[in-house]
Design a protein around this ligand. Sequence first.
Ligand SMILES: [Zn+2]
Length: 284
Amino acid sequence: MTCTVCNFPLSAGLSAWHRTCRRCAYESASLAIAINDAAVHDVVDENARELALRALRQQNFRKIVALAREHAAPGARMLLDVGSAHGWFLEAAAEQFEACGIEPDEGVAQHSLARGLPVRVGFFPQVLDAGERFDVIVFNDVIEHIPDIRAALRDCHARLPPGGTLVLNLPSSQGLFYRLSKLMARLGLRGPFDRLWQVGMPSPHVHYFTPDNLAQLVQGEGFSLRHQSELQVVSADGLWQRLTMVGQVNRVSAALQYVLIRAGVLPLARLFPSDIMVCIFSKR
Ligand SMILES: [Zn+2]
């Protein structure tokens, strides 16, 4: 197996399914994808996940919409959100763009449709009409799940006009929490590492990029890098709700965790690279 970014032979990683590139630091996982497979799907309580992530996601999505507007052509209007999940990005983008979504998970897509959001059920780009074009294409926590990422980038290139905008929001392997998870995995504690790759989930991660090797990959498919920055992965917003939302909660323990995270983890995390990056490219 060779590196998706630079074609260098991949080396063994920290697990039987994990490979790394010694030349460009790209990481890959040979984990099976089982979207719409009921047996795997039961593992995830979608409602609990939705609530836990909401405040931080919405805050980050507002920042991404503002960045997309800033870097898109002045008249850019049609926006495609690939893997629109619960539709929060579509809602955030609605003031600035005419936004529509694609979501492969039928249950999740039906939930968005019930709320009146313009979502199509299926995979990118198969679910699109042959001639459909967009000014902006966005992948929020999606591109790292797509095995043939180069094909997905070529499909984006084909659906954008010259100067069209590609927005990728995805995990960064430079992030503090991912690097800590690798350290722990080397010490035999595999839980956090497996969780960050989403092992056992319907659609686990199959790639982990640094800002540099991602830019190298996307530029190789006919795009120019316009912007790269980090987004917060932990936030004080909604923290108390996240700590107290699940079933029987010991409020003393929740209060202690709240103080520990606000006074310890949050300030510490800000000293290191974040685990989320947002990268904006334009079609050459
Ligand atoms: Zn490489």
